[in-house]
Structure formats: C-alpha cells, structure tokens
Design a protein around this ligand. Sequence first.
Ligand SMILES: Cc1ncc(COP(=O)(O)O)c(C=O)c1O
Length: 432
Amino acid sequence: MPTPDVADDPPTDRAYAAELDDADPLADLRDRFYVPDGERYVDGNSLGLLSADAEAALETVVDQWRDLAIRGWTDADPDWFHYGERLGDRLAPLVGADESEVVVANSTTVNVHTLVGTMLDAYGAETVLVDDLDFPTDHYAIRAQLRQRGLDPDEHLVVAESSDGRTVTTDDVAAALDGADVDVVFLPTVLYRSGQLLDVAAIGELAREHGALFGVDAAHSVGVVPHQFDQHGVDFAVWCSYKYLNAGPGAIAGLYVNEEHFGTTPSLAGWWGNDKATQFEMRTTFDPAPDAGAWQVGTPPILSAAPLSGALDVVEDAGIDRLREKSVALTEYLIRLTDARLAEHGYAVGTPQDPDRRGGHVAIEHPEADRISEALRDRGVVVDYRPPDVIRVAPSPYYVTFADVWAVVDNLATIAARSLFEEYERETDGVT
Ligand SMILES: Cc1ncc(COP(=O)(O)O)c(C=O)c1O
C-alpha cells in the first residue's frame, strides 16, 4: 500500500485525517511505541519515544550484565566488544555509506570536536565555514578546536548569513565562500529551528569546487531523511540517536568518515579507537583502527547503545524510504492545514513549502509562540518552543497519526481564537 497523497487543498475536517490514517501503510508502527496516554506527542525531534523493541534490547543487556558481568564483552550474544561497529554497520544504509565508514561513539558534540579537529590537523586546515542559524554546540566546539590550534575564531570561523532568518540556501553558502579562503564547510543537514533541509548534494559540489572539505551535523535528519553521504561528497558527519532514531535520552551518537580520510589521526585519540586486533596488547602507542572505528574514544556506554539496537529493528522493518514518504505526507498535511485554518489567527509556516527542502518538523511561527506552547502542553499537545517565535511541531512518522496533526492544528486554532495563552506568563526557554 503506497503512502497516501495529501490533497492540494485538503478538506479541513477530522474525517479527512481519519481517511489518511486508514490508508497509511505504516499505521501499525505506532503500536510498537509507548505513546504517552492521552497525548499528542509531536516533539520527537527533541526526544523520540521508547519502543518495545528498544526496551527489550536494553533489558537484554541488563540481563547479560547481571548474568555474565565482565564476560559480557566477549561472551554476550552479540558481544559488547564490537557493539559500536555493529551498530555502525546497521546505520550505514541510512546515510548512504559503506559499513566501514560508520560507527557509534561518544556524543554529537564530542564527535564535532574530534572530526573537525582531525581535519584541521590532517590537512593543515585553518578556516571553517558555518552558518548563523546553527545549533549552538557546533559553533562552541569548532571555536574551541580553532583556539586550541592558536587560530582566532573571530578570524577563522566564517559565518554564512541567512538572507531570510529562517533558511540557509546554497546561494547563501556560495556568497560566504566567495572571496573567503575556507578549508572546511560544516553545516547542518536540517536546521533545528525552521526545519529546512539543506541541499547536501549541491553544497557538497560547491565545497569541492572551492577545494574545501565538507562535514555535516545530521542530528535532525538521520532516521527520517535518507542520506547519500558517499555520493554527495560528504567528508565527515555527526548525528545523535535520541531524536528520530528513538534510542533514548543521551543515547550514543553516530559518526561517518569518508574512506578517503581513513588513516588520518583522530584528534581525540583513545584506546577504544585502537585497532581491535591489537587493542588488548595494551601498548602505550596508539594503533588506530583502519576505518571510522578509529574515532571512538573511550569504552562505549553499552547501556546507552543497547536501545539503539532495538530502535533500529523498527527502522529496518519500516524502511527509511517509506518513513521519509510518510514524514513528507505528515508535514505536507500540517502545512496545508496551517495555511487553511491558522493564518487568520496570526500563525505562519516558517518551513519551506517544497517537500525536498523539508526535514521532519515544521516551524509554526506566532508572536505569542512561547505562551501558546505552554497552553498546548496543558491540553496534552507536546511541542517545543524555540525563541523568539517558533513552535516546532515534529510529526514523527514512527508514531504520529494524521489525526494527531489535525488535533494539533485544532488546538492551535482554539488557543489563538480564544486568546487562551493570556493565562500564561511570558518566558524564554533554554535551547535544546
Ligand atoms: C543540530 C544539533 N546538533 C547537536 C545537538 C546536541 O548534541 P549533543 O547530543 O552532544 O548534546 C543537537 C541537540 O538537539 C542538535 O539539534
């Protein structure tokens, strides 16, 4: 059964949402998740939900720990020693990479440190291009890496500026590259606030023409948008597993290193990046793994990696292309309903209309976004607010229904029409 097409001008009644749900080939996937009772959970781009699969995988490791203790590293089935590599193998198809190019390790922020640091050291790179709408941790980490090499970040971090405050186009990147001597382009695949999906292939080509390396932060896309890193000229990538991969809070992160860079020395060396064949010879000189495994640092947190193993069963059963199709249909429906029902209440869509330029969430803008988000939460609709005026709605294709999307829009309409947000204090949240 193909994913249903959302009509260009969809009926705004609840019955149409039910029709779309009835025609959804992935509708049963939701039954594998613990969806909080009575909630419309559209915050899966901050923290994805627990599945029974992820829970079972975690319980398996807990059982192994109890029964095998230290022997789990070798005797558990599957063994813990190769846990990071095995999960990397399973993630590789989601990002269009060879198994040797992907591993899970560390956190996203640590992976930015080690991969950008590696590129700076290995190729004598001195200048990194980012953009002004990035998730802040990327800038903090890159600035620190530049500083540690005696490079003033105010000079060596070039910031591409968005022309509309919501999106970063390939032209914006080209304009920033023009006249600047950039060695590494590091950009997100999907902007965390607006949900724009950048044109990775076009930017990869641009970077190559400029003679620059190209890295991406794919935290907001892996698990919901299929990637082709090998084909699209990506040199290295980082992402987290707690959003669309549903692996749990603080779950182990993923990284990709194009095989062209195998053999470069990881800037954050540690014994878990050592070649497995010689790791337990315990030599004091580092003998890096011949592949992406070299960018692991310390002992992997098996308890925060185990849920990813179960969570990937769900991804593999559904198929990343079908997940993407459903995600596009959900965001399309959300955007069309917002245009039809919410514009009159002062809401605007801040995410590109072109589905090829959208990730998994939609930014709905309103001057009272912070207080509206609070009112939504009290009505059982879990979204998050990003200053100054964005309500992020992430209809994760794993467990969000078209009826949920209809209900979110209906609540947004009611809250604005009756000024229900006025019952709440104004506040500015932190950013995650
Ligand atoms: C684009 C992006 N990069 C990085 C992070 C955070 O990285 P870490 O898992 O190291 O906290 C986030 C968190 O939401 C993010 O959205």
